[in-house]
Design a binder for this molecule. Sequence first.
Ligand SMILES: Cc1cc2nc3c(=O)[nH]c(=O)nc-3n(C[C@H](O)[C@H](O)[C@H](O)COP(=O)(O)O)c2cc1C
Length: 302
Amino acid sequence: MANSRQRAGDSIAISRRYLDSLLVEGRIVGAAHPSAAVSLFGRAFDTPVMTAALSHLKPGMAAFAEGAKAANAACCVGMGDCAELRAVLDTGASVVKIIKPYANQEEIFSRLACAEEYGAMAVGMDVEHSVNVRDDRDSEVIGQRMKLPTLDELRSYIRATRLPFIVKGALSVRDALACRDLGAAGVILSHHNGLLRWATPPVMLLRDIREAVGPDFLVIADGGIEDGFDAFKALALGADFVSVGRALIPPLETGGPEAMAARIREMTDEIKAMMVRTGSPDVRQIDPSVIHFCPWAADDES
Ligand SMILES: Cc1cc2nc3c(=O)[nH]c(=O)nc-3n(C[C@H](O)[C@H](O)[C@H](O)COP(=O)(O)O)c2cc1C
């Protein structure tokens, strides 16, 4: 049924609607209290909630990183220069630096070098932002020109660093396999807030992508994860982590890093509440068959 908040082709609304159409069966009999602890690139985290690669936040990106660190969550950060990255890493957060697909490749190589030198945990690129909503050859992001990387260019970025490299913006089995074959450590499934209109919700693709790439390739689900219940659904369907962006901005802006950390902890508790009731002992052992698609579940009561 048509939904008034769903404008045609609005991928954010479509993803919301899809998440709301997923229902969870209960498997409480014999269940034990679960653990939400996870590890990534040899580091231990208290939660599979990772911050999304945000940028230009009002309280500053260092405050954002402090929030992630206080919750012992992995911290993706987006567009920004080396000085900002140093401030972010000075907080002690475990940082994945997502670099823009700049037309000027020197901008890319210099950020890769800074990330390595300053101690980032991993790097990546949001290839989905190399073009805007239209096929704009002179795509700009905040005054800087972007360019679609060729496969050879992407491979050269992956090889230019000793750090694990994550490709953000894969949104198909084909792209996930291509990234794995190029030597990437993982992918962030994302339509970047609707840059691709009529996008398949990232969570809709998870089962197929997980099956195609196997258990050891890092898969992160991004886009519209608003609470721990959304996060649980993504984790159950095969994500190793969920990337949460907009849902963390209000607490950060109003209450600073501690309020942001509190929201991450709350989301983690919501994940654990779902885990215990589905007989899922840890994040890696959630049975995807607990999730059921219910086409009418997302309809408004009106
Ligand atoms: C304020 C803001 C800044 C963002 N900056 C970046 C960026 O620099 N690099 C990037 O890859 N994505 C950036 N994103 C996109 C997010 O990483 C993420 O893909 C998107 O917001 C969807 O996740 P969400 O629904 O949890 O917010 C930004 C999003 C917001 C809201």
